[in-house]
Each structure stands twice: as structure tokens, then as C-alpha cells.
Design a protein around this ligand. Sequence first.
Ligand code: FRU
Length: 561
Amino acid sequence: MKKLNTEKYTCLEIFAKAKTEGGKIRLVSGKGSIMEKEASSVFYTWMKFPVEQGMEYEIESGACEVTLCYLSGSGDILETGVRYLEKEKESGRYLPAREELYYDSPIRESYHFAPWKNWMNDPNGLCYFKGYYHMFYQFNPHGQKWSNMYWGHAASRDLVHWVHLPVVLAPQAEIAERPEELVGGAFSGCAVVEGGEAVFYLTRHTEPREDYRKQVESQWMMKSKDMIHFTEEKCVVGEKPEGASFDFRDPKVEKIGGRWYMVLASAIGGKGSILLYESEDMEHWSYLHPLLTEEREGIRSFECPDFMELDGKYVAIGAWMGHRDDCGRLQMSRYYIGSWKERKLETESSGWFDFGSNCYAMQSFAHEGRRICIGWISDFYGEHVERENGAYGSMTLPRQLHVRDGKLYMMPVKEVSLLKGENLYHGEKEDVSLTCIEGNAYRAKIRFLENTWFSILLGKDGEKEISLCNDEGGLRIVTKGVKSEGINFRADVKEVAVLEIYMDRRVAEVYVNEGEAAGTKLFYNSSSHGCFVLKAEKPGNIAEAEVSLMNGIWNGKEGKR
Ligand code: FRU
């Protein structure tokens, strides 16, 4: 019978909860030596067992519920990632997971980043460090719903192919001890690279379950020299300023004009605000004032704010927590472009960050002259379909940002074109009908000679549909037969000259006019086939249309790394 072999790995990490008090995980090596650890019966214990390389082991977990298990600690982990283990149903043995059970699903992205399994939200700590892009993210390893937060971690050499790395941060001990009373954990934050180190800022959140308004949030800092080992966290902003609401989180740090600034999510006087701090040494922070306050009602807080210098302008971006806009869209993110005077943002123009509203908590970072951002593909309309080994949440394609004519432009980074596969259609001046696209992972690009009314069917599953339409109502994503039906996902553009559409099974991302607007929308399709059916009022206005398959980014069946 097949046995688990540790190969090049030196550590086994298991997240386990005892079924009854005293429940243990036991590890028996091929030499007969036994290690065991007791799991808590109220919350998951994150256990790390040192293991010998190239040794056979058996994991005995019958007394516990195990939600995640992997081998880590190899010298080349940034290159090849962790090795996930799964308990084989027949033998009850833990063996390297069969990747196709996770990746080969019509409701699972093939070229967008998603966690190995379970819940993910905001991107955190995005940066480029010693040859790799790093992405951390809000993670619940124990299920497909939001709960106490850990930081997941992934790395990439090219921004499109990622490897999964060990979990980095866990919820506070007091939460793990009293999960019936408290909720929270390692909330969102960022990273900056300075003096050969990555410096992280994040929020620690503790909330009594009986009243979320009693939540306590503070900002912490930690460092790493190799992205595998991290220092202890240190509290750098403990108290919220006068007048700030109980929402006080999501630090984002940037160097602007030679000084360090931190923006934080909050509200002042019931209005969503981004608070501004400054520091000389990255460790001692003083509060200045709100960077901006949104006058519109109904925004509980500006979650995951960002602030940056871009193309000679200054840009603030934030997610409107709890807000519904006049199109019926939930929790839109807004950008504000302006000038920077006396350490205040004088807004000159503003707009929606993503017109599809399934994109939240975007975070940006700068590398080699590019300002790159990634957003969380969120499910605000309750459309998620839960499947065994499934992942809730994924990331948008990395987008490069620019300011042009008072608007924030964004397009997928050039590396995304590495994924372009077989061409399915190339033509002009005619409608396009591709009704059975195997794998449902493709990119379409269309250029129009002049603004033309059209509809493009991007997904169909029985009565359920998603399409992109342009007519007297403007350009918009239209859904039918799903919970977001009736919401007007419209783009703020006057005309449509160029479209780039990325379908990736349950995700549609649309880029308009070389980045003038971007829209992200989820569409759960039970079929493994996709469609692209373009009907234009005047097909003669289609200057060029091209549809190509996109290669997957994961190992095995999904394409190679
Ligand atoms: C946004 C957010 C953040 C918070 C995190 C918690 O999605 O609510 O404000 O830090 O998620 O998971």
C-alpha cells in the first residue's frame, strides 16, 4: 500500500480540532518513532511537526477533524511551494493530494489565483522581494465561509504562475481559546520593502460576538528577510484618534516625497473616511488628519484604502463598506484623483474602480516603474456554490494602473499574455458564435470602427446567463436567473472602441477601451464548456475580433508552471 514519503520536506503542518477533549494527532515514522500533539477541542490547533527528509510516515488523525495539511520546509519552497496532503477515503492514509480533485472543476478558476481550498478575501502584503512577487491574503483554512482570519501566502516569479506557501499568521490566542465569545484575527495589511527587508503592517481585530460595535482594532508591524521566517509582531498604532469610528484597520504604507505615510480605514461623524498617519522611521506613527472623507451617506467605512503617487497625480482608493449605489450594486470601490497639498488630497476627479462590483479591497504596489494592483473577487450577491475541496474567492488578474484624463485606467499586466493559448476565432465584420468552448477559459478581444450596439453572451447554464451589452442603456454586464439579476452593472464610458474579455469558468473580467473601465462579475456555471456569442447591430463595425483559449496556471492537467 502506498505510504507518505516526505521527500525534500522537513516539516509537516496540520490544522486540527479534537473531536473530544484530549484528541491527538500522532505521527509514526518508518523507523517506528512516534510524535504526538494534542489538539484543542474548541478551535483548530496549528501543529508543526519536524520530519526527516525522504522518510515514510503515517499520520493518525482519527481523534481530530483536520482541515488543512501540507509538507513545508524545503530549501526551494519559494520555487515549488508546499505539498498538500489529503486523506485518501479508501485507505484513510494521508498522501499527496490529487490536484485534479481541486483544480478540475467548472466553478474553479484556471488562470486566476485562488487558494488551494476554503475561504479567501482581501489581498495583503503585495510586494516584489528578492526575485519573487509575494501575495498574502485573508484566509480561513477551515471552511468556505468567512471566520477567524489567518494570512495565506503565495509567490510568483511572473505575476501569473503562483505557488502556495505555508500559512503565515493565525488568529490571536484569546480568540482560539474563546471562539464562542470572540471573533477576529489577523486582518488586512500591506508590505513595503526597505533596506533588504520586507516590512509588514496589519490589523489585529478582536470582536465580542454579541456586539460588533465593541470591536477593538490596532495596527501591528513585523518583518522578514526571506519571506519564510517572520519576526514577532509589534504594536505600532494602538489607539484610534478622537472621532474615529470603531472601524479602524487595514494599514497601507507608502513612501511619498521621501516620507512614510500610512492610510487606515475608518469613518468620522458617520461618514466613510481614510485616515492619514506619517512616520520618519516606519515604526513611530503620528496621526495627521483624514486624507479624505466621503460626503455620501451609507458608507460604514472605507475598507482597505490605498494611496499612491501615479503619473504626476495622487490617487486614493477605498471600498465602500455596506453601501448600495443607485444601480443596485453593493460595496463598490471608488478612486479619487487629485493633487497633494499640505498633506491633504485635493480631489479633482473620481470614479468607480470596477463596474462589476465583484471586486473589492484592491491593493497596489510599485515595482520597476509599474503600479500594479490586485483585487479580491468577492461574492456580494450570495452566488457562491459550495463544493467539496472548493475555494471561495479568488483574485483579479494583476492590473497595471495609470492616470489618464482624470480617470484611473487599468489593464492586465503584460505577463498575462504569456497564458494565451490556441486561437479559436479571428475575423472581422461579422458576428461570432462559439457555443462550445472546452474548458471555459478564454480571452476575447474586439475592436470596433465606431460605437455599435451589441450583445455578447459570455455564459449560459440552463436559464442562467451572463452577457455584456451595449445599447441605449450604455455598456453593462447583464445577468439572468441568478441572484444579481436586475442590478445594473454599467461602465462609465461614452463609447466602446475596444474590449478585452477574460472568462475563467466562474469569473468574467471585462476591460474597456484599453483600460478606461474594468468590470468583474462572478457567474457560476455547472458546465465545463463556455460560450462567446457576439451579435452586433452593425457587424460591419467590427474591425477585428479574436478569441483564444487561456492556459491554466497550476500544475498537472491545468497547464505547467
Ligand atoms: C475587507 C475586510 C477588511 C478586513 C478584512 C477581514 O474585506 O473586511 O476591512 O481587514 O476584510 O477579513
